[in-house]
Ligand binder design. Structure first.
Ligand code: SF4
Length: 880
């Protein structure tokens, strides 16, 4: 398919997770965009997950930042760029280059990242360019560098299908990298001998695929893998030839590991001895092993050591650089890898080169600059601390939302509020960070941007535009280049477009490389950028077929390094506290600036929540579906209690997506301590200590409405619904006049008729406002969590013939059955519909439910939940 020729379909790449799926975008006659998986893309071969499938629903211009603004006033690009350039130049002149900083994002394209990094490290002369990838996989980078001498992910996605044992560590692949999960699921179905082990404190959705789940204590994975090293040695699973010929440090690593017999590992990790042994025996006895890890490993105070403990096990067995085996860090963000490649992390200079004298000289000659930074800059947590201390006085934030995503997020918010000069380039005008910007720069979004991204398997893919730039929005590379030119660095930033930038980036990776650096794009210098097909690096003239396949690494002596990892004490809850594990839900992405725009993706979880073990909840006096307050010295959050035995005792899981734009107090990263890994600087985002307690309200509420209300209730959470919004409410004190409260909150005209009724038995109040037999507003209020058929109420917004009595009754009639909470987002299939397929149509397998309802037949991310519904009915039937 050629771009812009016979077909209008554009071949591009998904902007969400690090799987990097190929996407086909085809404009429709009605102005919408049809989105499909690209069958030719090697990451997904046509598959998409629920988020990718819904991309077409996120393209509306609502909430877009469309014009430059200075001090809250719309202005011209000239004026805005001049203000940024002059303020940065003046700050540098008065306080030195380290008084300014850029904080980027894995959402930036490689070309954007390259220009930003070149400006800061190459011409301003400071290392202060860091990125939100610091929160994501900085510990993997540091672990790779210690072991391999380079930040190299050695594996391919195909290895996941070839492996006989897949070990998932701290990775809920089923929800966070769903297409990879589907590839493994298919391979496992075809090769029943294939095994999957899940190592995670929670029984996540990925447990559905696991033959063995090891519910490890927080940071206990370190002891688990150190003990594994010892076991591999005693079990005779060492590849002695590989270790002798291609590694250093095995003796020292094993000397530490030998202090960790199975019994001690079991005690430290909280995992039964028999399960530890089973895992160790499977690992020792299986040649083709891939260990997949992500944030559960990286987001820790000892993340780098954990990465090396995993790599050690692969080095000892020689299981690296060969098909179906190896350690495999999967990145969270769409272009975390591209950012690493250009030098987006503050401790990297450029193109996988660090701040060594040779690299500084080389990069300076390549960029023709004499002011290249000579030392690493501030890593994210240190950067915002420096902003708080007033040392960084001018900060440019690009495509990210640190007011919500950084640890101790309230302190970050205060630091930005006090910072003399904050620039934010973003596509969204309503983030908690944009609110603090002195200058707001409207950036191009997905579908408008033009460039490349690199996925978790080092595959570079094009993101191509298929929409015009809206308003005055401009690509990030253009914005940065314009500021650079106004700062006096014109010649070095005179790019005609992203193809120029990519060519320069590729040339830098190849410059004086000679096989000494892993990142080498020599083969792409001069490539046809427009038609560039997905390509995995290195792309050298004489490419090694598989990185590390020849046992050569990128250390000075080309030998890999074992690291003698000493396991820390696993983190256990302090008295009266729970360990807060933050993470993602299936259908939302980061701070919801894009996924929060779609009703379909907002239906799976429509409000922030905390997953608590039933015994912890009972001890704390927290009942299911009530509100719970999580708090510690850094902040607090109020969320819904989700009581489930998937959670381990002493732990609480809360998603990191909710912001002040979607909930009254759902920013869970406000509670996360800014403790970082000493080597990588990555914060321990999954291990804060918090107290949990009931948040007592006098009244709960649930509403659906055509328009977003202005809410100031003690608790509120709002989500998109088809043709309107839906929301949850909590009132510490019941309003004295409900009619007045309702009219004010929903801005009802004085003439609007509010129908209402009070249920004499339960005391529940129901309100309805209609116009022309269409629902405008329904509100239900009760002393306990509102028991109303929510999906039915949401669906009423789409109905044409609605009566007040029907709405006030709060329950569906026979003509409009309640689908129940959405389980399958791809086809909007609810829990009740699936349950009906099980009980009334006799479906006993996920496949049978799919045949009846279509649920689970597209991306498959909901298959674990479908299986749970089937199992629940099986248990009930057995009990009867
Ligand atoms: S798995 Fe889903 S979110 Fe990730 S790249 Fe693919 S479609 Fe996008």
């Amino acid at each position: 398919m050629q771009q812009g020729e016979a077909s209008k379909t554009v071949r591009t790449t998904c902007p969400y997770c690090g799987v990097g799926c190929g996407v086909l975008a085809t404009p429709q006659p009605d102005g919408s965009m049809a989105i499909a998986g690209d069958p030719e893309h090697p990451a997904n071969f046509g598959r998409l997950c629920s988020k990718g499938s819904a991309l077409g629903e996120t393209l509306a211009l609502s909430n877009r930042l469309l014009q430059p603004e200075v001090d809250g006033v719309v202005t011209s690009w000239d004026a805005a760029l001049e203000r940024v350039a002059s303020t940065f130049s003046r700050t540098i002149a008065e306080h030195g280059p380290d008084a300014v900083a850029i904080y980027g994002s894995g959402q930036l394209l490689t070309e954007d990242y390259y220009v930003a990094n070149k400006l800061m490290k190459g011409f301003i002369g400071s290392g202060n360019m860091d990125t939100n990838s610091r929160l994501c996989m900085a510990s993997s980078v540091a672990g790779h560098k210690r072991a391999f001498g380079s930040d190299t992910v050695p594996g391919n996605y195909e290895d996941l299908e070839l492996a006989d044992l897949i070990v998932l560590v701290g990775s809920n692949l089923g929800w966070c990298h769903p297409v990879l999960y589907q590839r493994i699921t298919k391979a496992k179905a075809e090769r029943p001998g294939m095994r999957v082990v899940l190592i995670d404190p929670r029984r996540t959705a990925s447990a559905d695929l696991a033959d063995l789940h090891l519910p490890v204590q927080s940071d206990g994975d370190s002891a688990l893998f150190v003990g594994l090293l010892s076991h591999l040695s005693t079990a005779g699973a060492i590849d002695a030839g590989f270790v002798a010929d291609h590694t250093e440090g095995s003796t020292e690593a094993l000397a530490v590991a030998d202090h960790w017999p199975v019994e001690r590992v079991a005690q430290a990790t909280g995992i039964p001895e028999t399960d530890v042994r089973r895992f160790y025996d499977w690992f020792a006895g299986t040649e083709r092993v891939v260990t997949v890890y992500s944030q559960g490993v990286n987001q820790s105070g000892v993340g780098t050591d954990k990465v090396n403990a995993i790599i050690n096990a692969h080095l000892l067995t020689g299981r690296i650089g060969k098909p179906g085996m190896g350690p495999f860090s999967v990145t969270g963000q769409p272009n975390a890898m591209g950012g690493r490649e250009v030098g987006g992390l503050a401790n990297t200079l450029a193109a996988h080169m660090d701040f060594t004298p040779e690299a500084i000289d080389r990069v300076g000659r390549f960029w023709n600059s004499t002011s290249v930074a000579t030392k690493a800059g501030l890593k994210a947590v240190d950067l915002f601390a420096a902003v708080a201390r007033g040392e960084v006085k001018a900060l440019w934030i690009m495509a990210t939302n640190p007011v919500d995503s950084m640890p101790e997020a309230d302190a970050v918010r205060a630091a930005l509020a006090a910072c003399p000069f904050v620039v934010v380039s973003d596509m969204t005008d309503r983030t908690d960070t944009v609110l603090h910007a002195h200058v707001r720069l409207p950036a191009a979004g997905w579908g408008e941007k033009d460039g490349t991204v690199t996925n978790s398997e080092r595959r570079i893919s094009r993101q191509r535009p298929f929409l015009p730039l809206p308003g005055a929005a401009r690509p990030d590379w253009w914005i940065i280049s314009q500021v650079a030119q106004r700062m006096g660095f014109g010649a070095a930033f005179d790019y005609a477009g992203p193809a120029d930038i990519f060519a320069e980036h590729a040339a830098l990776t190849a410059f004086e490389n000679d096989g000494t650096r892993d990142l080498d794009l020599a083969g792409l210098v001069g490539a046809d950028y427009e038609s560039l097909a997905p390509v995995q690096w290195p792309v050298r003239a004489q490419s090694r077929t598989r990185l590390f396949g020849d046992g050569r690494f990128f250390t000075p002596d080309q030998r890999a390094r074992f690291v003698a990892v000493v396991p820390p004490e696993p983190i256990r809850p302090a008295p009266g506290q729970l360990i807060l594990n933050t993470g993602r839900v299936r259908d939302h992405w980061h701070t919801m600036t894009r996924t929060g725009k779609t009703a379909r993706l907002s239906a799976h979880y429509a409000e922030p929540f905390a997953e608590l073990h039933p015994l912890d909840a009972a001890e704390l006096g927290i009942t299911p579906a009530t509100l719970v307050r999580l708090g510690n010295a850094h902040g607090s959050a109020i969320v819904r209690a989700l009581v489930t035995d998937r959670q381990q005792r002493g732990h609480v899981f809360a998603p990191m997506h909710w912001t002040d734009q979607f909930a009254s107090n759902g920013r869970v990263d406000a509670l996360v301590t800014a403790r970082t890994d000493a080597i990588s600087g990555q914060p321990a985002l999954k291990m804060a200590q918090v107290a949990a307690m009931p948040f007592i309200v006098e009244r709960y509420g649930f509403f659906v409405a055509r328009q977003r209300p202005a809410l100031a209730t003690d608790y509120w959470a709002i989500a998109e619904a088809p043709d309107g919004v839906r929301g949850e409410l909590g009132f510490v004190e019941e309003p004295g006049d409900w009619d007045a409260w309702l009219r004010a909150a929903f801005a009802l005209p004085a003439a609007a008729r509010v129908h209402s009724v009070i249920d004499s038995g339960s005391g529940r109040r129901s309100f309805a406002v209609l116009a022309d037999r269409q629902l405008q507003l329904a509100l239900y209020v009760a002393a306990t969590p509102v028991a109303v058929a929510r999906q039915w109420a949401v669906d009423l917004l789409k109905a044409d013939d609605v009566s007040a009595s029907m709405v006030l009754a709060g329950r569906p009639g026979a003509d409009r059955p309640d689908a129940g909470a959405i389980v399958c987002s791809c086809f909007s299939v609810g829990r009740n519909t699936i349950a009906g397929a099980v009980t009334e149509q006799g479906c006993t397998t996920v496949e049978a439910v799919g045949a009846c309802t279509r649920a689970g037949t597209n991306c498959g991310s909901c298959r674990a939940e479908i299986r749970g519904i089937i199992d629940a009915h099986r248990l009930v039937a057995a009990a009867e």
